[in-house]
Design a binder for this molecule. Structure first.
Ligand code: G6P
Length: 618
């Protein structure tokens, strides 16, 4: 939600900021803006509605010459997506500029207090309240920018990542964070600094990165060591990390969209995910997860597992539950992080809470982790973004290592999460002695073959593309699956909703008769996921129920299937695999289907309306 990038140093700032904003555009794209300090110390602000490209066009007409500036791409929370509400916001005097990601919850109270003191507001945003508050504090206490930011933030309730500049303090760039991410890149000899919501805009310039912690304020001054102060305790020591990002993952690699590239990336990145974890010697496989080795006691003796996550990661959690219960025989629950964090649920010491998050920054998941931690649970993270807030809050965990995911609709992260959950369940099952030796070998050997089998599914891209053309008319879709494929039905429906704006529901196939069947008619496509596994015959009966209501069936089936072929309008085949690994294959055609439907409808696949990749507000 909202992307921030800022620079202070010796290079021209515009290309750095624009390149950075493009990399962060996945975080929000309803408006963008930037502020620069010109050579004659004038603060200049430019804003544009819509995508970063609009701002870029606007800047091309200007002649900006500056080595200090900051920029923002917005996902609206307070106030609609207008130019007026776009960031940066200026203080009343026009001296201070601020960009902000997050929500100041008590902004209405602060605003009315400031109004009483003569402040007027141009926008509807909470951010403008914060910048006015900083100015007010500065006018009363006569402190510098950094101290004023610190004092103002003490009065704020909520979440923030901010960057601020003041044309009266042209040597300072001030940043702060609470519950929204912010990384600082440090150049050679502290001669330049970068700030960004994630490391991707920084990685091309420096590997030295500091991740700000909650309630920390950083002061960046050319030629000086970064100073970081906690809001309450004062100056803190911090760690400078060496971050090595694979920058090739940040471009589309010849594909028209990130989403398509990321779908096609899956065979390779799942290999990366398993590397060094799934080992083979003399034809026998084994899993080694350092987190399980190191925390054997806490994990293997857990009274219960609870998986907390949101969106696609929640769907992966539903598969995780089946994996952990099947291989480890440990009772496992799956909760929406947003519900869990405010629930009165019973969590006790001796329990394990697994947080699944691609970004590692989802506000609800982070809060769920904090709540579970406070209740004494042991926290295990399954995260993609290295060094992210959730990764840092957990007791241990396993990164999925699938490279940055840019497309807003999550694809490779889902299969990466399932792969890690499979490895975790097998490693733990082995430790607990609850997994059968033969099955252990069988599943691992098959997991090793999954990337090649995904390649075979991807070969059907053209067929799925053709199929997608006939779906563009549909206004409603039903996705049905059972057992291991039930979460895949939910995920297929979510993918379609997210990027094609067609209403879609995912359901357990047999549950359909308790409601959704009322919607079925010849207009409604019904997608069945019906691979050759234990509930295959049952799902055939569910198909008959749909056909009797004139529903049109499209199905994902196991290669060579004849029965479903006779019932469905069209089938997509996936190679045969074990039931517990089926989701890794069956989800792929559904990802492609939603992608091609959205493209056929000429929609913006990578940046669908109203959504954002990293949801750092609750
Ligand atoms: C947003 C994204 C989804 C994602 C969800 C959870 O809604 O658009 O793709 O599944 O957040 O994100 P996380 O980073 O925690 O997995």
């Amino acid at each position: 939600m909202c992307g921030i990038v800022a620079y202070m140093g010796y290079r021209q700032v515009v290309p750095i900021l624009m390149e950075g904003l493009h990399k962060l555009e996945y975080r929000g794209y309803d408006s963008a803006g930037c502020a620069f300090l010109s050579e004659d110390r004038q603060l200049k602000v430019f804003k544009a509605r819509g995508k970063v490209a609009n701002l870029e066009r606007l800047l091309a007409e200007q002649n900006v010459c500056s080595t200090l500036g900051m920029a923002h791409t917005r996902w609206a929370t307070h106030g609609g997506p207008s130019e007026l509400n776009a960031h940066p916001h200026l203080s009343q005097s026009g001296h201070i500029a601020l960009v902000h990601n997050g929500i100041i919850e008590n902004y209405a109270t602060l605003r009315s207090q400031l109004e009483k003191r003569g402040y007027t507001f141009r926008s509807e945003t909470d951010t403008e309240v914060l910048v006015q508050l900083i100015e007010y504090v500065m006018s009363v206490r006569k402190d510098d920018l950094a101290t004023s930011v610190r004092m103002a933030l003490k009065l704020c309730i909520g979440a923030y990542a901010i960057a601020a500049i003041d044309d009266r303090h042209p040597q300072q760039l001030v940043a702060a964070r609470k519950a929204s991410p912010l990384a600082i890149g440090i150049g050679e000899n502290n001669e330049e600094f970068f700030l960004a919501s994630d490391a991707s805009p920084i990685a091309g310039y420096t590997k030295k990165i500091v991740y700000l912690e909650d309630e920390e304020v950083a002061v960046l001054e050319r030629g000086k060591k970064v100073r970081i102060e906690n809001l309450h305790t004062g100056v803190v020591d911090y760690e400078v990390k060496e971050v090595d990002l694979d920058l090739s993952m940040l471009d589309k690699g010849g594909f028209p969209h990130f989403m398509l590239k990321e779908i096609f990336d899956q065979p390779a990145v799942l290999r990366d995910c398993m590397r060094g974890r799934l080992l083979e010697k003399d034809g026998r496989h084994r899993v080694v997860l350092s987190a399980v080795e190191q925390y054997r006691e806490q994990l293997a003796n857990a009274k219960r597992f609870t998986i907390v996550s949101c969106g696609t990661s929640w769907h992966a959690g539903l598969i995780g539950k089946q994996l952990i219960e099947h291989f480890c025989r440990i009772h496992t629950e799956v909760a929406y992080a947003s519900e869990f964090r405010y629930s009165d649920t019973v969590i006790e010491p001796g329990e394990v809470v697994v947080a699944i998050s691609q970004s590692g920054e989802t506000a609800d998941t982070l809060a769920a982790v904090e709540m579970a931690k406070a209740k004494g649970a042991f926290i295990f993270g399954i995260v993609n973004s290295v060094g992210s807030s959730i990764a840092r809050q957990t007791d241990t965990g396993t990164y999925i290592h699938i490279g940055p995911e840019i497309g807003v609709a999550s694809t490779k992260a889902f299969t990466g999460q399932i792969t890690v959950l499979t490895l975790l369940a097998l490693a733990l099952g082995k430790t607990r002695g609850t997994v059968d030796e033969e099955e252990y070998e069988e599943v691992l050997a098959e997991l090793d073959r999954i990337p090649d089998k995904i390649k075979k599914v991807l070969q059907q891209n053209d067929k799925i593309k053709a199929l997608a053309q006939i779906f563009t008319y549909a206004r409603n879709f039903l996705y049905l699956g059972r057992g291991w494929n039930y979460p895949v039905a939910l995920e297929g429906a979510l993918k379609l909703k997210e990027i094609s704006y067609i209403h879609a529901e995912g359901y357990p196939a047999a549950e359909m008769k308790h409601g959704p069947i009322a919607l079925v008619d010849q207009e409604m496509p019904v997608v069945f996921i019906a691979t050759h596994h234990q509930l295959y015959q049952k799902i055939i009966s569910n198909m008959q129920e749909v056909i009797s209501r004139k529903g049109r069936i499209f199905a994902v089936v196991t290669e060579g299937d004849e029965q479903v072929k006779n019932l469905a309008v069209e089938v997509i085949e996936v190679p045969a695999t074990l039931a517990c690994l089926a989701p890794l294959l069956t989800v792929v055609p559904l990802q492609l289907l939603s992608y091609h439907v959205a493209v056929a409808k000429r929609l913006n696949v990578d940046q669908p309306r109203n959504l954002a990749k990293s949801v750092t507000v609750e």
